[in-house]
Design a protein. Structure first.
Length: 136
């Protein structure tokens, strides 16, 4: 019985590994720029100026389906934001409240955090997103 239980556990662990479960990818993402997911749209756009401070949400849209994790690191003024959520498998929405006349910088993944991962386990290469809000 003990041998049978060990074999069953071994088979379960192998199946879990082979299935490419999300937990495995989030612990061990594949870092490869040639296969990394690409950002196809940022709202507001990168390096935008005079972004309306009353913008309700920021959006990151990818070229492929992503796992539901994310890694955002804000620099500069900390905006008030609610829990980001995935509108669909390719679009992360960040509900936001911005201040006028400020520059915002957000790192999407960084050298230590790779939680933007596609369904094949490839991580977004670290990306810096900046924009400036207009003055009222």
């Amino acid at each position: 019985m003990n041998t049978l239980l060990r074999r069953c556990l071994a088979v379960c662990l192998i199946l879990l590994f082979v299935s490419g479960c999300g937990a495995w990818h989030s612990l061990h993402p594949k870092i490869d720029a040639s296969h990394a997911p690409q950002i196809v749209e940022l709202i507001p756009p990168d390096d935008a100026v005079a972004v309306p401070a009353d913008l309700q949400e920021m959006v990151v849209r990818f070229d492929r389906s992503m796992h539901d994790g994310f890694s955002l690191r804000f620099h500069g003024p900390n905006p008030l934001y609610k829990q980001p959520y995935w509108r669909d498998a390719t679009q992360l929405v960040i509900p936001i409240r911005l201040l006028s006349g400020e520059q915002y910088t957000i790192d999407l993944n960084d050298a230590e955090h790779y939680s933007f991962i596609d369904r094949r386990g490839f991580a977004l290469m670290p990306t810096r997103w900046q924009f400036t809000t207009g003055t009222e």
